[in-house]
Design a protein around this ligand. Structure first.
Ligand SMILES: [Zn+2]
Length: 426
């Protein structure tokens, strides 16, 4: 329905008015803004666009929040005197690359969930949706299930090397490598969100537990990184089995008592999905009855669970935390640590680059986690190497192909180079 610049000569009326009509996937169409052709049954010619290979860049919530605050308050921002200019320049650079179809900064349910805790919820939402177009990570739970099913399949077959494809598109909703239409839509999404109070209360509870753990690590002078890694990674299967047993115990009690369960009592914990997935995988390999049950138990007790990518990365990060505590770190863990570690460990293999907080960055730079991360080729940035992130982004722009740059001018004119700001007033 639109006809936007840049215009070329119209093959119908001869005016310089044949503009861009639609852009989708890897092509676009044109229409005249004066004679409005093609119209009726006339066929739209499709013009091809070169294939894309966008860098997938994850921005931690704090990065989005800093940029949003600096932009919303104008350039003379009082919010972050130390890094204010950095955030504004970073935003401009990210926007130009996003407009130039070179990067995508997907958002996630963690962004949604964390922004709930902030008074600027609506502005933050606008900001990350603006940066992401309509590309978002599937829920962490879904990605964890995918990785476990893949692993369970390999484990039951007992053949060859464990192999994962870390195709970012497989963990995103919304297409990554598609030429975006010029105008911007905010796609409403339905997220399963906890209320602000629930979220806060949950975080406090987890944090209290972590503080106890941290004290234990501080006093542990005997364990090595490997001990902590093994304990942490074996915990994955144990927790799933324990939750599963607790859930079925509850169902059994209800059944024996003959009472009607309340909706709360029969609410199925998400963790049960893992057991059901593994059951399905094993059944598809011909197992049933007692044999199936004992194999499932073997599986969740198997040390091989440490090879599931998210379990491996998160166990290494926690072992690095324990190591720092044992080596005398006094500073307690920050409250977002657990969520950050979970998010990073699940999504890292699918990202080309991540801008994360300094503490997590430091954990991933420890050895052996740094060795593990090398396997995925994900570049890591934080405030500790913030200038390197700028260079990384600059490099993406300068290495774009001539064909790609020509296509940008063809469909967007020069305006893709303008880092538009979201309208926070809406
Ligand atoms: Zn025309």
């Amino acid at each position: 329905m639109f006809s936007r610049p840049p215009y070329i000569q119209c093959p119908y009326c001869g005016e310089n008015s044949f503009g861009i009509n639609t852009i989708c996937d890897n092509h676009y169409t044109r229409r005249c803004r004066i004679c409005w052709r093609p119209s009726g049954s006339e066929r739209f010619e499709t013009y091809p666009l070169p294939p894309l290979n966008k860098h997938v860049i994850y921005l931690d919530q704090f990065v989005i929040s800093k940029m949003m605050k600096c932009i919303a308050s104008g350039s003379g921002n009082p919010i972050d005197a130390k890094y204010g200019e950095y955030w504004i320049e970073l935003y401009d650079r990210l926007m130009v690359l996003r407009n130039g179809q070179m990067i995508v900064c997907p958002y996630s349910d963690v962004h949604m969930d964390e922004s709930i805790l902030s008074g600027d919820h609506a502005k933050l939402k606008r900001m990350y949706e603006f940066l992401a177009f309509d590309v978002a990570f599937k829920s962490l739970h879904m990605i964890e299930r995918m990785q476990m099913s893949n692993h369970a399949n390999w484990w039951i077959e007992g053949l060859g090397d464990l192999h994962y494809e870390f195709d970012p598109q497989s963990v995103m909703s919304g297409a990554i490598n598609t030429w975006q239409t010029w105008y911007y839509f905010s796609f409403p999404r339905n997220w399963l969100l906890n209320s602000r109070e629930e979220k806060r209360e949950y975080r406090e509870r987890v944090h209290e537990k972590l503080k106890g753990l941290f004290r234990r690590w501080q006093n542990d002078q005997r364990s090595t990184f490997d001990d902590w890694f093994k304990a942490e990674s074996a915990g994955y299967g144990k927790i799933i089995l324990a939750e599963f047993a607790r859930y079925y115990g509850k169902l059994k009690d209800i059944s024996i008592s003959g009472g009607l369960p309340s909706p709360f009592e029969i609410e199925t914990p998400l963790i049960i999905d893992f057991v059901n997935d593994v059951l399905r995988v094993f059944e598809s390999h011909g197992l049933s009855g007692k044999g199936l049950c004992s194999k499932v138990l073997d599986y969740f007790h198997s040390p091989s669970l440490q090879d599931i990518p998210n379990n491996r990365i998160s166990s290494m990060m926690w072992a690095a935390v324990a190591q720092k505590a044992a080596h005398g770190q006094k500073r307690p863990l920050n409250k977002g640590m657990r969520d950050d570690i979970r998010f990073i460990s699940v999504t890292l293999p699918y990202c080309d680059a991540m801008f994360i907080d300094k503490e997590c960055h430091a954990l991933l730079k420890e050895s052996p986690p740094s060795k593990e991360i090398e396997k995925y080729g994900t570049k890591l940035f934080s405030l500790n190497n913030k200038q390197e992130f700028m260079e990384y982004l600059a490099n993406i722009l300068t290495t774009a192909s001539a064909k790609h740059m020509a296509a940008l001018s063809e469909v967007y004119g020069e305006s893709w180079k303008i880092p538009h700001k979201p309208n926070f007033a809406e």
